[in-house]
Ligand binder design. Structure first.
Ligand code: MG
Length: 122
């Protein structure tokens, strides 16, 4: 299983990666990117099973990144993890094809459950 974590804040990426179950990290691959452009490039190269995406980032923000990923792969499983959980942002994420919006800092249980859900489908 491949998971892509995209956030410009190193600490935020670290927290997300920490909450991914060890078994997944051992037998799969966890990729990281620090802006939307890098995230998009890595997505195209690796086609991860699951992606966690920040919204506010330099170079390319999460909305644009999500939009371009969905154009590339309309079955992408993208969860947005952001401090901006205003309704407008949530609606836009859903409209673009994001699975869900999680508030930062991400709840460890939620992250774990999302990962396990996709692991089952392997
Ligand atoms: Mg950010």
């Amino acid at each position: 299983m491949k998971i892509l974590v995209v956030d410009d804040a190193k600490m935020a990426r670290k927290i997300l990666v920490k909450n991914i179950p060890e078994a997944v990290k051992e037998h799969g691959e966890v990729l990281q990117a620090s802006n939307g452009q890098e995230g998009l490039d890595l997505y195209k190269e690796h086609k991860p099973d699951l992606m966690f995406l920040d919204l506010t980032m330099p170079i390319m923000d999460g909305f644009e990144c999500l939009e371009k990923i969905m154009e590339f792969d309309n079955n992408a499983n993208v969860y947005v993890v952001t401090a901006d959980i205003q309704q407008a942002a949530q609606d836009k994420v859903k409209e673009l094809g994001g699975k869900d919006v999680l508030q930062k800092p991400a709840d460890p249980e939620k992250i774990k459950n999302i990962v396990l859900e996709y692991l089952k489908n392997e």
